[in-house]
Design a binder for this molecule. Structure first.
Ligand SMILES: NC(=O)c1ccc[n+]([C@@H]2O[C@H](COP(=O)([O-])OP(=O)(O)OC[C@H]3O[C@@H](n4cnc5c(N)ncnc54)[C@H](O)[C@@H]3O)[C@@H](O)[C@H]2O)c1
Ligand SMILES: O=c1ccn([C@@H]2O[C@H](COP(=O)(O)OP(=O)(O)O[C@H]3O[C@H](CO)[C@@H](O)[C@H](O)[C@H]3O)[C@@H](O)[C@H]2O)c(=O)[nH]1
Length: 409
């Protein structure tokens, strides 16, 4: 039987086998998955772009210190290409004759569908050294996955291809969203409907329909972090044109959030000062309470900058989290809580409520920032009746029935 241990549970693992006795479990394991956080560096060389590998390095040093037998160490975190080389050096430096094989086995699950993605992945990717020992390690991990994943969905590559494929996959996904969001600006300027355009484009089987929903912008803990990391790697490898190409995906995402705020302010007679704006949804996507890099933070900050009064409702995000997010500096969210501001100054213009009707009562405008299913079936007549007139709705997720809302008023 193969003994497996995973360091850095975070969002993705939760089970009754969780333990804080990390050293014991590592020393007993044959395979050690490391899935600690790899946030964007906030200080020093590469700040604002490069991945901060502090947590990975400390995990690797601990593995080297406590190991007494050969181990396969699996990179589950998303890491810069060539990280395995650095990890090998740390592990082998203290190896006491122990053989460590490093594998890259990036995680492709999305939040909100983690369990489905785990049990039914599009593919599992395993990269290892092209040596007999490396190939043997790949086989050992492939055997683990083969318990539930069809072997034709398990892709085996060299280490660098596996590490880079993860960054590439996220960059391609985010690029589709920025592409459709760029189109949404042109649609608004010309009278085309972006939903119709993306439907027509996605019908081409070479393009496909997924990840073409225009939105207020992508969020989440991965896309921006991983693309910034990719940009940094390109720059370090003397490829400024490639770096600029991928940087544009983030720039369009920032543009989309700014454009959304500007559209609100300009529609509401060029000022939202003193006006109550209801924010429906704060999480970065539905079916999660995660607010890391949620576009709601930038939209709310933009509206607060114009002195709006915000009333925020999200079914899964509480007031403390929202106040913390609105007070936090960029990139601080992905570091441990004790490194974040101790007591974020409560933002007085923000009121957090536990009901969409309370949020929208007496509001001048409503912004939908997360595509929660419940926002599709709200009683918009009731909402309209309780709002200030003229009443505005800004749908950042294309969830409402526009014709019905126009008919209501
Ligand atoms: N969240 C996702 O959906 C997702 C999906 C695919 C890949 N990833 C990647 O997985 C990695 C982790 O992401 P996450 O969202 O789970 O992060 P997270 O911050 O939620 O979890 C990381 C955990 O690791 C712990 N940790 C840090 N250093 C440690 C150490 N030395 N020993 C033991 N534990 C340690 C932290 O306390 C934290 O609980 C990142 O590289 C991310 O890019 C995340
Ligand atoms: O057509 C779309 C699809 C998504 N989004 C937004 O994009 C963001 C990210 O969504 P999603 O990719 O579904 O969630 P994540 O949990 O961030 O998952 C991504 O990031 C993970 C971490 O690397 C990867 O493992 C997953 O494969 C990858 O999808 C969210 O704000 C979505 O609202 C859109 O705006 N339009």
């Amino acid at each position: 039987m193969v003994k497996i241990c995973c360091i850095g549970a975070g969002y993705r693992y939760s089970s009754d086998t969780l333990s804080t006795d990390v050293e014991k479990h590592v020393s007993e394991a044959d395979i050690v998955f490391v899935s600690v956080n790899t946030p964007t560096k906030t200080q020093g060389l590469g700040a604002g772009k490069a991945a901060d590998l502090t947590y990975w390095e400390s995990a690797a040093r601990m593995i080297a210190d406590v190991s007494k037998s050969n181990k396969i160490v699996v990179e589950k975190s998303t890491v810069p290409v060539k990280t395995a080389e650095a990890i090998e050096k740390i592990l082998n430096h203290n190896s006491k004759g122990i053989d460590f094989q490093i594998l890259s086995n990036p995680e492709f699950l999305a939040e909100g569908t983690a369990i489905q993605d785990l049990f039914n992945p599009d593919r599992v990717l395993i990269g290892g050294r092209e040596t007999p020992e490396g190939q043997k390690a790949i086989e050992a991990l492939r055997d683990v996955y083969a318990h539930w994943v069809p072997v034709d969905r398990i892709i085996c590559t060299n280490l660098w291809s596996a590490e880079l494929s993860k960054l590439a996959a996220n960059a391609f996904l985010a690029q589709r969203i920025s592409s459709v969001n760029a189109m949404s600006a042109l649609c608004e300027a010309t009278g085309a409907d972006v939903s119709q355009v993306s439907h027509a484009v996605g019908k081409d089987t070479r393009i496909g329909p997924k990840f073409l929903n225009a939105s207020v912008g992508f969020g989440g803990s991965c896309f921006q972090k991983d693309i910034l990391n990719l940009v940094y790697i390109c720059e370090c490898n003397g490829l400024p044109e490639v770096a600029n190409y991928w940087k544009q995906v983030i720039k369009i995402n920032d543009y989309q959030k700014t454009r959304f705020v500007n559209r609100i302010v300009s529609s509401m007679f060029n000022t939202v000062s003193g006006k109550k704006i209801a924010i429906l949804g704060f999480a970065f996507k539905k079916d999660t309470g995660d607010t890391r890099e949620t576009p709601a933070i930038d939209v709310c900050k933009g509206l607060l900058g114009d002195k709006a009064l915000l009333s925020i409702y999200d079914p899964q995000v509480n007031e403390e989290q929202i106040q913390r997010d609105l007070a936090m500096k960029k990139f601080d969210w992905d570091h441990p809580v004790h490194l974040q501001p101790m007591s974020p100054t409560s933002i007085k213009q923000v009121n957090v409520v536990w009901d969409a009707y309370a949020a929208t009562k007496d509001a001048h405008g409503v912004c939908i920032l997360t595509e929660w299913d419940e926002f599709k079936t709200l009683d918009y007549q009731r909402i309209y009746d309780n709002m200030r007139k003229p009443a505005f709705v800004f749908d950042g997720r294309n969830v409402v029935d526009e014709a019905k809302l126009r008919a209501i008023g």
